[in-house]
Design a binder for this molecule. Structure first.
Ligand SMILES: CC(=O)[C@@H](O)[C@H](O)COP(=O)(O)O
Ligand SMILES: NCC(=O)COP(=O)(O)O
Length: 242
């Protein structure tokens, strides 16, 4: 069955806005697991704009499902991951100036560096995912780097301004999922997914897991956190069942 990774970054964004202890990303994560999340995703950015090191360490001790730690490919983050040992790490590109993740990781253009990171994290028992664009070259590079999992960046699909553009991006993602599976990779997807577009991605045969955060946090303001999580999971499962 398709799985939902709930990204709790923007629970922390609200907390950081005032430096208060609330809302607690830990409380949100545990409630999300109860509401149907199959894993919890959190992005420890170099600028610590939302998730803090303490969030990662506390959550690693108390999550009942899986921790999917998103991070840049830096020595600082690799050291933290090797110390915390989350079940999953997703390597993502990162720029301080970005509002959010803008594209996929260029694995093909830095293969040896990504291969080294995959080997070091894999040797510690961490399953590595690479956050990449829906691109054949990047899929082949991900396999060459030794990552067992990829997460296809769905941001261009989510941000499409016309139905034609959305259809074109969806076709690219469909092809990428099929090719990734053919290469023997687990294929996940995420970024910019919400309650009105998730069915298009969840309905792609073979997609294993969707990581979704911003839209769930936004919806929770109106319907409550657990209902927002449960509704997203329901939409995904319905779409995957066809
Ligand atoms: C990699 C990705 O698409 C997101 O999970 C990432 O965390 C986005 O960064 P922000 O959460 O800071 O928007
Ligand atoms: N990797 C995508 C993710 O974790 C959540 O992205 P978004 O739903 O917050 O855009």
């Amino acid at each position: 069955m398709i799985k939902l990774g709930v990204n709790i970054d923007h629970i922390a964004t609200l907390r950081q806005a005032r430096g208060t202890p609330y809302p607690s990303p830990v409380q949100a994560a545990l409630m999300a697991e109860t509401a149907g999340a199959d894993s919890i995703t959190l992005h420890l950015r170099e600028d610590r704009r939302h998730i803090q090191d303490a969030d990662v360490r506390i959550l690693r001790q108390c999550l009942q499902t899986r921790m999917n730690l998103e991070m840049a490919v830096t020595e600082e983050m690799i050291a933290i991951a090797l110390d915390v040992k989350p079940q999953d790490v997703c390597l993502v590109p990162e720029r301080r100036q970005e509002l959010t993740t803008e594209g996929g990781l260029d694995v093909a253009g830095q293969l040896e560096r990504i291969k080294d990171a995959c080997a070091r994290l894999g040797a510690a028992g961490i399953r590595v995912s690479l956050f990449i664009d829906a691109d054949t070259e990047q899929l082949e590079a991900a396999r060459a780097a030794g990552a067992p999992v990829v997460e296809i960046h769905t941001g261009r699909f989510a941000d499409a301004r016309t139905e034609v553009e959305a259809a074109s991006e969806l076709a690219r993602i469909r092809s990428a999922v099929a090719y990734g599976l053919k290469l023997g990779l687990q294929v996940n997807a995420g970024h910019g997914l919400h309650y009105h577009n998730v069915h298009e991605i969840a309905g792609i045969p073979g997609v294993a897991e969707l990581n979704i955060g911003h839209a769930i946090v936004a919806q929770a303001l109106f319907v409550g956190w657990e209902q927002a999580v449960a509704e997203m999971k329901r939409l995904m499962v319905e779409a995957a069942a066809g």
